[in-house]
Design a protein around this ligand. Structure first.
Ligand SMILES: [Fe+2]
Length: 209
């Protein structure tokens, strides 16, 4: 039996992301404008139904969620709280090919993508989702065909593009990656919790370098 997805939790998540993307510092960025417009249409469409997910899968990394949500800052608290409600009803995933990162990594990371090709909310050229990584994890160099923007939800984390210095990013800051830009991330001693939008050639997954 499909597990029914509470519509109010989903709408709450879409609304919180839309409001965040409409904030002045985000609304200057075209991908956020495009995503916010799409979210606004979804929220306004009260006739749209969202099917329960077949084969719903959770992952061990979900146990980091309460701490990550608690650590969200003033600007991201609403998004984090809505993810906390919605997360048990979603399909949690790990990228194919990431088994090479080892058991500890796989036990402590996972993501959910809600919007995208063939996903809960269909879209051919954009994706929207969130991911979580436990403390002390290194997500090594990788790239993907889509352009991407991460937002930090709460705890500071570290990021760098190929050949750059590591930089620390904190709550509500955005990180942009152009298509095929090689990049890597690290959590600190707290969980890393990220919201992401992809745009363009969104169907292919990320690939490790
Ligand atoms: Fe990425």
């Amino acid at each position: 039996m499909p597990c029914s997805l509470p519509r109010q939790y989903l709408i709450q998540f879409l609304q919180s992301v839309k409001d965040f993307y409409r904030q002045p510092e985000n609304s200057r960025i075209e991908m956020f404008v495009e995503m916010a417009d799409f979210l606004e249409q979804l929220i306004a469409d009260s006739n749209r139904t969202y099917p329960g997910l077949e084969n719903k899968s959770l992952l061990p990394a979900i146990h980091h969620l309460p701490v990550a949500v608690e650590d969200a800052g003033a600007q991201t608290k609403a998004i984090a709280a809505s993810i906390n409600l919605l997360a048990p009803f979603l399909n949690w995933k790990q990228t194919a090919g990431y088994e090479i990162l080892g058991e500890h990594y796989l036990h402590n990371y996972g993501y959910c993508t809600l919007i995208g090709p063939g996903l809960l909310i269909e879209h051919q050229s954009m994706k929207l989702g969130f991911g979580i990584w436990g403390p002390g994890l290194h997500y090594p160099l990788h790239h993907h065909a889509a352009e991407e923007c991460y937002h930090i939800l709460g705890n500071a984390m570290q990021f760098r593009r190929e050949n750059e210095q590591w930089q620390t990013y904190s709550d509500a800051q955005a990180i942009y990656n152009a298509p095929w830009q090689i990049h890597e991330l690290k959590s600190t001693d707290k969980p890393m919790f990220l919201l992401y939008t992809w745009r363009g050639d969104v169907a292919p997954d990320a690939v490790l370098i």
